[in-house]
Design a protein. Structure first.
Length: 210
């Protein structure tokens, strides 16, 4: 979640001599518009596919859940921003240098899909224990990785339920994986900062640059 705020908001609705209610209203409009702009920029720059974008679209779930936050008020502060809306974002979105370790829950291994287990768009065809795969077996690669091999099982038609095609590597099994963050909030904020300053300048408010 990335939040932006204007402190001293209580003064914006104080005496007419300091600031009119119109400007207070315009402040809220600016925050709302900039949250939408920042969200659009993030989705387009980091969440459009295919690669080399940092988070190439597969299911589209992360991009769909990346949304502007509503403008909220509390004593002395008006806030808005952008939220990623899904736990899937946590390993991928974070400060530079962030590394998240993913371990299986209630399982011994993580099953990492290989190209044969995914569509051309990178969407998983079916989990390792689903009915998508037949004639499966495990073997170790030259690098010592444990790999699940098998064939695709026809889901429809006259051959439904039959394993067809060649035996291919489907999943590599790992006890844990480490994921480096690839979308950095500080980079997004650096992009947004001059736009926010310019937007407030248009309504007569000069922001202090930190």
């Amino acid at each position: 979640m990335i939040r932006g705020k204007v402190e001293g908001a209580d003064k914006l609705v104080g005496t007419v001599q300091k600031m009119s209610r119109k400007v207070f209203s315009e402040t809220k409009k600016v925050l709302k518009a900039e949250a939408v702009l920042m969200t659009s920029h993030t989705r387009k720059t980091y969440m459009s596919g295919p690669r080399p974008y940092l988070l190439a679209v597969r299911t589209g779930n992360l991009r769909a859940q990346t949304k502007p936050l509503p403008v909220t008020e509390r004593p002395g502060v008006i806030e808005s921003g952008m939220g990623f809306g899904t736990t899937y974002a946590r390993p991928h979105v974070g400060p530079k240098g962030q590394v998240t370790t993913i371990k299986p829950v209630n399982r011994k291994y993580l099953t990492i899909p290989l190209p044969a287990a995914m569509t051309k768009a990178g969407v998983l065809r079916g989990a390792a224990q689903s009915g998508m795969w037949g004639e499966t077996f495990f073997a170790r690669s030259k690098k010592g990785n444990l790999i699940l091999f098998g064939k695709r099982v026809a889901q429809k038609g006259a051959h439904a339920g039959e394993a067809r095609g060649d035996v291919v590597p489907l999943f590599v099994l790992k006890k844990q994986v480490k994921i480096k963050s690839r979308v950095h909030p500080e980079v997004i904020l650096a992009w947004e900062k001059p736009r926010m300053i310019a937007a407030f300048r248009q309504i007569g408010i000069r922001l202090k640059e930190a």
